[in-house]
Write a protein that binds this ligand. Sequence first.
Ligand SMILES: NC(=O)c1ccc[n+]([C@@H]2O[C@H](COP(=O)([O-])OP(=O)(O)OC[C@H]3O[C@@H](n4cnc5c(N)ncnc54)[C@H](O)[C@@H]3O)[C@@H](O)[C@H]2O)c1
Ligand SMILES: [Zn+2]
Length: 381
Amino acid sequence: MTAPVRDAVTVAVALGARSYDIVIGRGILSTLGARIAAQRPGAKTFIVTDENVARHALGAAEAALAHAGVAASRTIVAAGEASKSYSVLEQVCEAIIASHIERGDLVIALGGGVIGDLAGFAAAVVRRGLDYVQVPTTLLAQVDSSVGGKTAIDSAHGKNLIGAFHQPILVLADTVLLDTLPERQFRAGYAELVKYGLLGDAGFFSWLEANWREIFSGGKSSGSSAREHAIAVSCRAKAAIVARDERETGDRALLNLGHTFGHALEAACGFSDRLLHGEAISAGMALAFEFSARRQGLVPKADAARVVRHLAETGLPTRLKDIPGPLPSVDQLMELIAQDKKVKRGMLTFILVRGIGAAFVEAGVDPREVRTFLSEKLAER
Ligand SMILES: NC(=O)c1ccc[n+]([C@@H]2O[C@H](COP(=O)([O-])OP(=O)(O)OC[C@H]3O[C@@H](n4cnc5c(N)ncnc54)[C@H](O)[C@@H]3O)[C@@H](O)[C@H]2O)c1
Ligand SMILES: [Zn+2]
Protein backbone atom coordinates (compact mmCIF):
# COMPACT_ATOMS: atom_id res chain seq x y z
CA MET A 1 0.00 0.00 0.00
CA THR A 2 2.48 2.64 -1.06
CA ALA A 3 0.51 5.81 -1.47
CA PRO A 4 2.19 8.92 -2.84
CA VAL A 5 3.30 11.32 -0.12
CA ARG A 6 1.01 14.33 -0.07
CA ASP A 7 0.60 17.42 2.05
CA ALA A 8 3.05 16.56 4.82
CA VAL A 9 2.72 19.04 7.68
CA THR A 10 5.06 19.23 10.66
CA VAL A 11 3.90 20.36 14.09
CA ALA A 12 6.58 20.96 16.72
CA VAL A 13 6.05 20.01 20.34
CA ALA A 14 8.26 22.41 22.28
CA LEU A 15 9.42 20.74 25.48
CA GLY A 16 13.06 21.75 25.76
CA ALA A 17 15.30 18.68 25.62
CA ARG A 18 12.19 16.53 25.15
CA SER A 19 10.97 18.42 22.05
CA TYR A 20 9.82 16.43 19.03
CA ASP A 21 8.00 16.71 15.72
CA ILE A 22 4.59 15.41 14.73
CA VAL A 23 4.60 14.77 10.99
CA ILE A 24 1.18 14.44 9.37
CA GLY A 25 0.49 13.50 5.77
CA ARG A 26 -1.04 11.03 3.37
CA GLY A 27 1.41 8.24 2.50
CA ILE A 28 4.21 9.27 4.87
CA LEU A 29 4.57 5.82 6.47
CA SER A 30 6.96 5.10 3.58
CA THR A 31 9.34 7.69 5.08
CA LEU A 32 9.50 6.06 8.53
CA GLY A 33 12.85 4.31 8.00
CA ALA A 34 14.55 7.32 6.45
CA ARG A 35 13.39 9.59 9.26
CA ILE A 36 14.58 7.16 11.93
CA ALA A 37 17.93 6.61 10.19
CA ALA A 38 18.41 10.39 10.02
CA GLN A 39 17.40 11.01 13.62
CA ARG A 40 19.11 7.94 15.15
CA PRO A 41 21.79 6.60 12.82
CA GLY A 42 22.46 2.92 13.52
CA ALA A 43 19.57 2.44 15.94
CA LYS A 44 17.69 -0.88 15.94
CA THR A 45 13.92 -0.82 16.30
CA PHE A 46 11.26 -2.93 17.96
CA ILE A 47 7.69 -2.61 16.67
CA VAL A 48 4.73 -3.16 18.98
CA THR A 49 1.41 -3.55 17.16
CA ASP A 50 -1.93 -5.34 17.42
CA GLU A 51 -3.38 -8.05 15.22
CA ASN A 52 -5.71 -5.72 13.25
CA VAL A 53 -3.06 -3.13 12.57
CA ALA A 54 -0.58 -5.87 11.70
CA ARG A 55 -2.93 -6.96 8.90
CA HIS A 56 -3.18 -3.48 7.42
CA ALA A 57 0.05 -1.65 8.15
CA LEU A 58 2.85 -3.84 9.54
CA GLY A 59 4.11 -4.89 6.10
CA ALA A 60 4.37 -1.29 4.94
CA ALA A 61 6.08 -0.20 8.15
CA GLU A 62 8.63 -3.01 7.96
CA ALA A 63 9.27 -2.32 4.29
CA ALA A 64 9.88 1.35 5.04
CA LEU A 65 12.39 0.44 7.76
CA ALA A 66 14.15 -2.19 5.63
CA HIS A 67 14.37 0.25 2.74
CA ALA A 68 16.41 2.61 4.92
CA GLY A 69 18.51 -0.22 6.37
CA VAL A 70 16.92 0.02 9.83
CA ALA A 71 16.82 -3.30 11.68
CA ALA A 72 13.40 -4.22 13.08
CA SER A 73 11.93 -6.93 15.24
CA ARG A 74 8.36 -6.97 16.51
CA THR A 75 5.60 -8.32 18.67
CA ILE A 76 1.89 -8.51 17.87
CA VAL A 77 -0.59 -8.34 20.75
CA ALA A 78 -4.35 -8.93 20.80
CA ALA A 79 -6.45 -5.94 19.72
CA GLY A 80 -8.44 -4.13 22.37
CA GLU A 81 -8.24 -2.43 25.76
CA ALA A 82 -7.56 -5.77 27.52
CA SER A 83 -3.98 -5.57 26.20
CA LYS A 84 -3.30 -2.61 28.52
CA SER A 85 -2.63 -5.15 31.29
CA TYR A 86 0.27 -6.25 33.50
CA SER A 87 0.52 -9.57 31.69
CA VAL A 88 0.70 -8.10 28.19
CA LEU A 89 3.10 -5.40 29.43
CA GLU A 90 5.34 -8.19 30.76
CA GLN A 91 5.25 -10.01 27.42
CA VAL A 92 6.10 -6.84 25.53
CA CYS A 93 8.96 -5.87 27.89
CA GLU A 94 10.46 -9.37 27.77
CA ALA A 95 10.19 -9.45 23.98
CA ILE A 96 11.98 -6.09 23.72
CA ILE A 97 14.80 -7.33 25.96
CA ALA A 98 15.00 -10.67 24.12
CA SER A 99 15.48 -8.73 20.87
CA HIS A 100 18.59 -7.06 22.33
CA ILE A 101 17.08 -3.60 22.17
CA GLU A 102 19.36 -1.36 24.21
CA ARG A 103 19.67 2.28 25.22
CA GLY A 104 19.91 4.22 21.98
CA ASP A 105 17.62 1.82 20.13
CA LEU A 106 13.94 2.58 19.56
CA VAL A 107 10.53 1.13 20.29
CA ILE A 108 7.90 1.86 17.63
CA ALA A 109 4.24 1.98 18.68
CA LEU A 110 2.29 1.08 15.55
CA GLY A 111 -1.42 1.22 16.33
CA GLY A 112 -4.22 3.04 18.08
CA GLY A 113 -4.30 4.47 21.58
CA VAL A 114 -4.07 1.05 23.18
CA ILE A 115 -0.77 0.27 21.47
CA GLY A 116 0.55 3.80 22.00
CA ASP A 117 -0.14 3.62 25.73
CA LEU A 118 1.18 0.07 26.13
CA ALA A 119 4.31 0.39 23.97
CA GLY A 120 5.03 3.87 25.35
CA PHE A 121 4.89 2.59 28.91
CA ALA A 122 7.04 -0.44 28.06
CA ALA A 123 9.56 1.99 26.53
CA ALA A 124 9.42 4.10 29.70
CA VAL A 125 10.39 1.20 31.94
CA VAL A 126 12.60 -1.20 29.95
CA ARG A 127 16.25 -0.44 30.81
CA ARG A 128 14.92 2.55 32.81
CA GLY A 129 13.75 4.24 29.66
CA LEU A 130 14.08 3.69 25.92
CA ASP A 131 13.19 6.26 23.32
CA TYR A 132 10.19 5.53 21.16
CA VAL A 133 8.33 6.62 18.05
CA GLN A 134 4.56 6.85 17.75
CA VAL A 135 2.96 5.73 14.51
CA PRO A 136 -0.72 6.29 15.35
CA THR A 137 -3.21 4.39 13.18
CA THR A 138 -6.58 5.54 14.55
CA LEU A 139 -8.00 9.05 14.32
CA LEU A 140 -8.15 9.18 18.11
CA ALA A 141 -4.47 8.32 18.33
CA GLN A 142 -3.48 10.78 15.58
CA VAL A 143 -5.19 13.75 17.25
CA ASP A 144 -4.85 12.82 20.88
CA SER A 145 -3.17 9.82 22.46
CA SER A 146 0.09 9.78 20.45
CA VAL A 147 0.87 13.38 21.46
CA GLY A 148 1.80 14.53 24.93
CA GLY A 149 3.65 11.62 26.48
CA LYS A 150 1.00 10.07 28.70
CA THR A 151 1.51 6.30 28.73
CA ALA A 152 -0.23 3.71 30.87
CA ILE A 153 -1.82 0.34 31.43
CA ASP A 154 -5.01 -0.30 33.40
CA SER A 155 -5.39 -1.37 37.03
CA ALA A 156 -8.20 -3.44 38.54
CA HIS A 157 -9.08 -0.14 40.26
CA GLY A 158 -9.46 1.83 37.06
CA LYS A 159 -8.12 2.78 33.66
CA ASN A 160 -4.64 4.24 33.12
CA LEU A 161 -3.64 4.06 36.79
CA ILE A 162 -0.21 2.48 36.18
CA GLY A 163 1.81 4.71 33.91
CA ALA A 164 4.43 7.32 33.25
CA PHE A 165 4.95 10.57 31.42
CA HIS A 166 7.30 9.59 28.61
CA GLN A 167 7.49 11.70 25.46
CA PRO A 168 8.12 10.09 22.07
CA ILE A 169 10.99 11.37 19.90
CA LEU A 170 8.80 11.48 16.78
CA VAL A 171 5.13 11.07 15.87
CA LEU A 172 4.39 10.00 12.31
CA ALA A 173 0.69 10.23 11.45
CA ASP A 174 -0.07 8.77 8.04
CA THR A 175 -3.68 9.63 7.20
CA VAL A 176 -3.93 6.89 4.58
CA LEU A 177 -3.92 4.38 7.45
CA LEU A 178 -7.31 5.73 8.54
CA ASP A 179 -8.89 4.44 5.32
CA THR A 180 -9.06 0.92 6.80
CA LEU A 181 -10.39 2.05 10.17
CA PRO A 182 -13.99 0.93 10.81
CA GLU A 183 -16.26 3.95 10.37
CA ARG A 184 -17.52 3.77 13.94
CA GLN A 185 -13.93 4.04 15.23
CA PHE A 186 -13.26 6.96 12.90
CA ARG A 187 -16.38 8.76 14.09
CA ALA A 188 -15.44 8.21 17.74
CA GLY A 189 -12.03 9.79 17.06
CA TYR A 190 -13.77 12.70 15.38
CA ALA A 191 -15.34 13.61 18.73
CA GLU A 192 -11.85 14.36 20.11
CA LEU A 193 -11.15 16.50 17.08
CA VAL A 194 -14.33 18.53 17.71
CA LYS A 195 -13.12 18.92 21.29
CA TYR A 196 -10.23 21.17 20.20
CA GLY A 197 -12.68 23.53 18.50
CA LEU A 198 -14.98 23.57 21.48
CA LEU A 199 -12.30 24.12 24.09
CA GLY A 200 -10.32 26.90 22.46
CA ASP A 201 -10.91 27.58 18.77
CA ALA A 202 -14.37 28.68 17.64
CA GLY A 203 -13.11 29.26 14.09
CA PHE A 204 -11.98 25.65 13.86
CA PHE A 205 -15.37 24.47 15.07
CA SER A 206 -17.09 26.48 12.30
CA TRP A 207 -14.66 25.03 9.78
CA LEU A 208 -15.47 21.51 11.00
CA GLU A 209 -19.19 22.19 10.59
CA ALA A 210 -18.50 23.02 6.95
CA ASN A 211 -15.88 20.35 6.18
CA TRP A 212 -16.60 17.28 8.27
CA ARG A 213 -17.75 15.20 5.31
CA GLU A 214 -14.41 15.76 3.54
CA ILE A 215 -12.58 14.73 6.71
CA PHE A 216 -14.58 11.50 6.90
CA SER A 217 -14.05 10.67 3.21
CA GLY A 218 -10.35 11.49 3.48
CA GLY A 219 -10.34 13.47 0.26
CA LYS A 220 -9.52 10.26 -1.60
CA SER A 221 -11.40 11.30 -4.71
CA SER A 222 -11.55 15.08 -4.43
CA GLY A 223 -7.88 15.56 -3.64
CA SER A 224 -8.86 17.72 -0.66
CA SER A 225 -6.53 17.78 2.30
CA ALA A 226 -9.24 18.57 4.86
CA ARG A 227 -8.35 15.49 6.90
CA GLU A 228 -4.67 16.41 7.14
CA HIS A 229 -5.55 20.00 7.99
CA ALA A 230 -7.97 18.94 10.74
CA ILE A 231 -5.40 16.61 12.30
CA ALA A 232 -2.68 19.28 12.12
CA VAL A 233 -4.88 21.90 13.80
CA SER A 234 -5.75 19.41 16.56
CA CYS A 235 -2.13 18.41 17.12
CA ARG A 236 -1.08 22.06 17.20
CA ALA A 237 -3.71 22.76 19.85
CA LYS A 238 -2.67 19.79 21.95
CA ALA A 239 1.04 20.56 21.49
CA ALA A 240 0.52 24.13 22.72
CA ILE A 241 -1.33 23.00 25.81
CA VAL A 242 1.19 20.24 26.58
CA ALA A 243 4.08 22.69 26.12
CA ARG A 244 2.48 24.96 28.73
CA ASP A 245 1.63 22.22 31.20
CA GLU A 246 3.36 18.90 30.46
CA ARG A 247 2.34 17.20 33.72
CA GLU A 248 -1.22 18.48 34.01
CA THR A 249 -0.94 20.77 36.97
CA GLY A 250 -3.16 23.39 35.31
CA ASP A 251 -4.19 24.12 31.72
CA ARG A 252 -3.75 20.59 30.41
CA ALA A 253 -6.97 19.73 32.24
CA LEU A 254 -8.84 21.66 29.52
CA LEU A 255 -8.24 18.63 27.31
CA ASN A 256 -10.67 16.84 29.61
CA LEU A 257 -13.64 18.81 28.27
CA GLY A 258 -16.55 16.35 28.19
CA HIS A 259 -14.48 13.71 29.97
CA THR A 260 -16.00 13.87 33.46
CA PHE A 261 -19.49 13.07 32.20
CA GLY A 262 -17.99 10.91 29.44
CA HIS A 263 -15.88 8.71 31.73
CA ALA A 264 -18.88 8.10 34.00
CA LEU A 265 -20.95 6.97 31.00
CA GLU A 266 -18.08 4.83 29.68
CA ALA A 267 -17.71 3.18 33.07
CA ALA A 268 -21.50 2.74 33.30
CA CYS A 269 -21.32 0.79 30.03
CA GLY A 270 -18.45 -1.33 31.37
CA PHE A 271 -15.89 0.12 28.90
CA SER A 272 -17.48 -2.11 26.28
CA ASP A 273 -18.41 -1.83 22.61
CA ARG A 274 -21.73 -0.43 23.75
CA LEU A 275 -20.09 2.96 24.03
CA LEU A 276 -16.64 3.74 22.60
CA HIS A 277 -14.49 6.33 24.36
CA GLY A 278 -15.06 9.01 21.71
CA GLU A 279 -18.79 8.34 21.70
CA ALA A 280 -18.85 8.83 25.47
CA ILE A 281 -16.89 12.07 25.03
CA SER A 282 -19.37 13.29 22.44
CA ALA A 283 -22.26 12.79 24.86
CA GLY A 284 -20.06 14.21 27.63
CA MET A 285 -19.30 17.41 25.68
CA ALA A 286 -22.98 17.91 24.85
CA LEU A 287 -23.75 17.50 28.56
CA ALA A 288 -20.93 19.90 29.54
CA PHE A 289 -22.40 22.56 27.21
CA GLU A 290 -25.93 22.02 28.46
CA PHE A 291 -24.77 22.01 32.07
CA SER A 292 -22.84 25.26 31.48
CA ALA A 293 -25.85 26.82 29.74
CA ARG A 294 -28.08 25.90 32.65
CA ARG A 295 -25.64 26.99 35.32
CA GLN A 296 -26.16 30.73 35.76
CA GLY A 297 -26.68 30.93 32.01
CA LEU A 298 -22.94 30.60 31.48
CA VAL A 299 -23.33 29.78 27.77
CA PRO A 300 -25.85 31.03 25.25
CA LYS A 301 -28.38 28.20 24.78
CA ALA A 302 -27.91 28.55 21.02
CA ASP A 303 -24.23 27.55 21.38
CA ALA A 304 -25.17 24.38 23.24
CA ALA A 305 -27.76 23.58 20.57
CA ARG A 306 -25.21 24.14 17.81
CA VAL A 307 -22.73 21.75 19.43
CA VAL A 308 -25.40 19.08 19.80
CA ARG A 309 -26.53 19.59 16.20
CA HIS A 310 -23.04 19.15 14.77
CA LEU A 311 -22.12 16.08 16.81
CA ALA A 312 -25.48 14.49 16.02
CA GLU A 313 -25.22 15.13 12.26
CA THR A 314 -21.99 13.11 12.15
CA GLY A 315 -23.82 10.24 13.87
CA LEU A 316 -22.31 10.69 17.33
CA PRO A 317 -24.44 10.28 20.48
CA THR A 318 -25.34 13.52 22.27
CA ARG A 319 -28.14 12.49 24.64
CA LEU A 320 -28.43 9.82 27.24
CA LYS A 321 -31.17 8.25 25.18
CA ASP A 322 -28.70 7.75 22.30
CA ILE A 323 -26.80 5.26 24.48
CA PRO A 324 -28.13 1.73 23.94
CA GLY A 325 -29.02 -0.49 26.88
CA PRO A 326 -29.72 0.32 30.51
CA LEU A 327 -27.93 3.10 32.39
CA PRO A 328 -27.44 3.07 36.16
CA SER A 329 -29.32 5.31 38.61
CA VAL A 330 -28.32 8.91 39.20
CA ASP A 331 -26.72 7.85 42.51
CA GLN A 332 -24.50 5.35 40.76
CA LEU A 333 -23.58 7.88 38.07
CA MET A 334 -22.67 10.38 40.79
CA GLU A 335 -20.51 7.74 42.45
CA LEU A 336 -18.69 7.12 39.14
CA ILE A 337 -18.11 10.87 38.77
CA ALA A 338 -16.76 11.11 42.33
CA GLN A 339 -14.39 8.20 41.65
CA ASP A 340 -13.10 9.88 38.51
CA LYS A 341 -12.76 13.36 40.01
CA LYS A 342 -11.43 13.74 43.49
CA VAL A 343 -13.92 15.73 45.52
CA LYS A 344 -12.20 18.72 47.12
CA ARG A 345 -13.95 20.28 50.13
CA GLY A 346 -17.20 18.76 48.92
CA MET A 347 -16.86 20.32 45.46
CA LEU A 348 -16.22 18.77 42.04
CA THR A 349 -13.90 20.05 39.31
CA PHE A 350 -15.41 20.27 35.84
CA ILE A 351 -14.28 21.73 32.54
CA LEU A 352 -17.07 24.18 31.75
CA VAL A 353 -17.56 26.61 28.87
CA ARG A 354 -18.50 30.24 28.39
CA GLY A 355 -19.27 29.51 24.76
CA ILE A 356 -17.88 27.63 21.77
CA GLY A 357 -14.08 27.91 21.95
CA ALA A 358 -14.03 29.15 25.55
CA ALA A 359 -13.53 26.35 28.06
CA PHE A 360 -12.24 26.86 31.58
CA VAL A 361 -11.50 24.83 34.70
CA GLU A 362 -14.16 25.24 37.40
CA ALA A 363 -13.17 23.70 40.72
CA GLY A 364 -16.28 24.72 42.63
CA VAL A 365 -19.11 22.67 41.15
CA ASP A 366 -21.65 21.58 43.74
CA PRO A 367 -22.36 17.84 43.35
CA ARG A 368 -26.04 18.51 44.13
CA GLU A 369 -26.27 20.71 41.04
CA VAL A 370 -24.81 17.93 38.88
CA ARG A 371 -27.14 15.41 40.46
CA THR A 372 -30.25 17.47 39.64
CA PHE A 373 -29.03 17.98 36.08
CA LEU A 374 -28.33 14.28 35.52
CA SER A 375 -31.69 13.27 37.05
CA GLU A 376 -33.42 15.46 34.47
CA LYS A 377 -31.32 13.98 31.67
CA LEU A 378 -32.04 10.43 32.83
CA ALA A 379 -35.76 11.23 32.96
CA GLU A 380 -35.59 12.22 29.25
CA ARG A 381 -34.60 8.65 28.35
N1 LIG B 1 -2.19 8.64 26.26
C1 LIG B 1 -3.14 9.50 26.06
O1 LIG B 1 -2.96 10.72 26.15
C2 LIG B 1 -4.49 8.98 25.67
C3 LIG B 1 -5.47 9.88 25.23
C4 LIG B 1 -6.70 9.37 24.81
C5 LIG B 1 -6.92 8.00 24.85
N2 LIG B 1 -5.94 7.15 25.28
C6 LIG B 1 -6.15 5.69 25.29
O2 LIG B 1 -6.35 5.28 23.95
C7 LIG B 1 -7.09 4.07 23.95
C8 LIG B 1 -8.13 4.13 22.86
O3 LIG B 1 -7.48 4.30 21.63
P1 LIG B 1 -8.16 3.91 20.24
O4 LIG B 1 -9.53 4.46 20.19
O5 LIG B 1 -7.20 4.27 19.18
O6 LIG B 1 -8.37 2.34 20.40
P2 LIG B 1 -7.58 1.06 19.86
O7 LIG B 1 -6.13 1.23 19.90
O8 LIG B 1 -8.16 -0.10 20.60
O9 LIG B 1 -8.06 0.98 18.34
C9 LIG B 1 -9.42 0.77 18.04
C10 LIG B 1 -9.61 -0.46 17.14
O10 LIG B 1 -9.19 -0.14 15.81
C11 LIG B 1 -8.24 -1.11 15.35
N3 LIG B 1 -7.35 -0.39 14.43
C12 LIG B 1 -6.38 0.49 14.77
N4 LIG B 1 -5.87 1.05 13.68
C13 LIG B 1 -6.51 0.52 12.62
C14 LIG B 1 -6.43 0.74 11.22
N5 LIG B 1 -5.60 1.65 10.70
N6 LIG B 1 -7.25 0.01 10.41
C15 LIG B 1 -8.13 -0.89 10.95
N7 LIG B 1 -8.26 -1.11 12.26
C16 LIG B 1 -7.46 -0.41 13.09
C17 LIG B 1 -7.62 -1.66 16.59
O11 LIG B 1 -7.08 -2.93 16.38
C18 LIG B 1 -8.80 -1.68 17.56
O12 LIG B 1 -9.57 -2.82 17.31
C19 LIG B 1 -7.66 3.91 25.35
O13 LIG B 1 -6.95 2.88 26.02
C20 LIG B 1 -7.39 5.25 26.01
O14 LIG B 1 -7.18 5.14 27.39
C21 LIG B 1 -4.75 7.63 25.68
ZN1 LIG C 1 -10.58 11.34 25.33
